[in-house]
Ligand binder design. Structure first.
Ligand SMILES: *Cc1c(COP(=O)(O)O)cnc(C)c1O
Length: 371
């Protein structure tokens, strides 16, 4: 006999989703209304302004795509890049590799800058790629590479791109709400994120923001965007106010209630305070991890506070250890991804998960598992 699904709750200390707070889950359970209901339109306007706060931007085109972070990535590429365009793309982990894949699928030319997994994107290599190539349309890179736990210098990378007349496309899926991210100040043209990482919302939404330059780039395209669903020139009419809102697709109404609540929580805490909390808790984790004699994959200055890649100690079986943590402690940690599979664990300290009790639990559970 089939019955209502009742999952055991877990402490989610992997690469996302992070734990969703009761306030956000409560918002999800509010009555569903129509997506053109005046109440819902007001909600969308509020989400827009809360997202502008979270992204530190005044960009008019700041929305939540009705799809996960991967769709945000694809939306930025298919809207701003056309066949034959030349794009410098930085690959220092799994998600940089996906950016490259998206660029190539559009029929554009990807000029790939590779760095070791665990290293940040090399500014020198990017600058030299701009010097040795002409007519570069865009620079695309991952700010917070969740597969390795490394943070790249987004501000400096955007400056190099601007000096060379290129637009910037930035993956901020893991950085939004977790570490310093300033869209306007850094001159980012197109940015995408995800709801389930440091925003601690349910998965399935992708906050996206386009600068005026990005909007112009989209409006002056030579060819149609090949994806109808992700064509942001159509989505713009749905998210823009002034009574002209027209149907594009049915928005995920209740998920947007949840995002609104998650953004409110971020605003109540304050963006800078949220960044500081992630850093403070990362430092707590770090001292505990060092006491256990476990190494970090990434050199200290480049570590993401919200995603900590640990080198699995010799003699410890990766799969067995993670299963033990899940079965014994209801604790989920992330496996290594891509070429780091079996070599690292990824400890997420994202959003609502980032608190003292969870760090204490993780450290005692790790001590138990390596014993
Ligand atoms: C999680 C993640 C994505 C993909 O987001 P989904 O919501 O899983 O589609 C993209 N880029 C980075 C850096 C991520 O961490």
């Amino acid at each position: 006999m089939l019955d209502t699904f009742n999952p055991i709750s877990r402490v989610l200390m992997g690469p996302g989703p992070s734990n969703v707070s009761p306030r956000v889950l409560g918002a999800l359970a509010k009555p569903t209304i129509g997506h053109l209901d005046p109440q819902f339109i007001q909600l969308m306007d509020e989400i827009k302004s809360l997202l502008q706060y979270a992204f530190a931007t005044e960009n008019e085109f700041t929305i939540a795509l009705s799809a996960p972070g991967s769709a945000g990535m694809e939306a930025c590429i298919v809207n701003l890049i056309e066949p034959e365009d030349k794009v410098i793309v930085c690959v220092n982990g799994v998600f940089g590799g996906r950016l490259k894949e998206n660029i190539e699928r559009v029929g554009a030319q990807a000029i790939v800058i590779e760095d070791n997994w665990g290293d940040p994107v090399s500014l020198e290599k990017v600058a030299s790629a701009f010097s040795s190539n002409s007519n570069i349309k865009a620079l695309a890179f991952v700010h917070a590479e969740t597969s390795t736990g490394v943070c790249s210098d987004a501000k400096a990378l955007c400056e190099i791109a601007k000096n060379n007349g290129a637009i910037t496309i930035v993956d901020a899926v893991t950085s939004l709400g977790g570490s310093e991210l300033k869209i306007d100040e850094w001159g980012i043209d197109a940015v995408y994120s995800g709801s389930q990482k440091c925003m601690s919302c349910v998965p399935g939404l992708s906050p996206v923001s386009f600068s005026q330059t990005a909007v112009e780039t989209l409006k002056t395209r030579k060819s149609k965007v090949q994806s109808w669903f992700l064509d942001q020139s159509l989505v713009m009419d749905y998210w823009s106010g002034d009574g002209k809102r027209s149907y594009h697709h049915t928005a995920p109404i209740n998920s947007l209630y949840a995002l609104h609540e998650a953004l409110l929580i971020l605003k109540e805490e304050g963006l800078e305070n949220a960044w500081a909390r992630h850093m403070r808790l990362h430092q707590r984790l770090k001292s505990g991890i060092e006491e256990l004699g476990i190494d970090f994959l990434v050199d200290e200055p480049y570590r993401l506070p919200q995603l900590n890649s640990l080198v699995i100690p010799k003699g410890v079986d990766d799969v067995q250890a993670r299963k033990y943590l899940l079965d014994t402690y209801n604790l989920e940690v992330g496996a290594g991804l891509g070429k780091l599979a079996g070599k690292t664990w990824r400890i997420g300290l994202m959003g609502a998960t980032a608190n003292e009790q969870n760090i204490a639990l993780l450290l005692s559970a790790l001590k138990d598992v390596i014993r």
